[in-house]
Design a protein around this ligand. Sequence first.
Ligand SMILES: [Zn+2]
Length: 169
Amino acid sequence: MAKVKQRQLGGLPPKYGFIVNPYPEERVSRCPLCDRKTGQRKIPILIHVNPKHLIALNYTCRYCRDCNLLIAHKHEIEHYLTVLFSQQAPDAIGNDYLAVGTVEKSAWKEGLKQQQSIDKLLPHASDFVTYYEELQLTRAGYYQAGQKPPVAVPPPSQEWVKTSHESRN
Ligand SMILES: [Zn+2]
């Protein structure tokens, strides 16, 4: 599986692998890397939203203990981002974004209490060890011998989209 490179932001050593599932119907109950059953892990995910927003989202990922892999559902992440940004920065809704790592839960909680800026969280953040390309599934159905099942095209974003009167970026 291809890996995407990025520069390090967090002050702590990189911790988890990360993959995004873009299919709303797919629960990823099995790990895409090793096919073992996945569990859950609730952890603050650090997300960069263009042009200059950095937020920590406390989110329940699917998790494979064996691969140390967090799996996030794209439509859920975009739902939470839309709720958050509709209050804080509606202009940024629909902009490109990238999950960059995780934040220690204690630092994240402290940040909520004292309204700390994200700069204060970065020393307590860990980049992802590996950021995998989006999950790809093949389309279900019957195929002839030797025929390769086509890749299912994920549906477009429903909520995290620019509306016409807001499209300035
Ligand atoms: Zn696994």
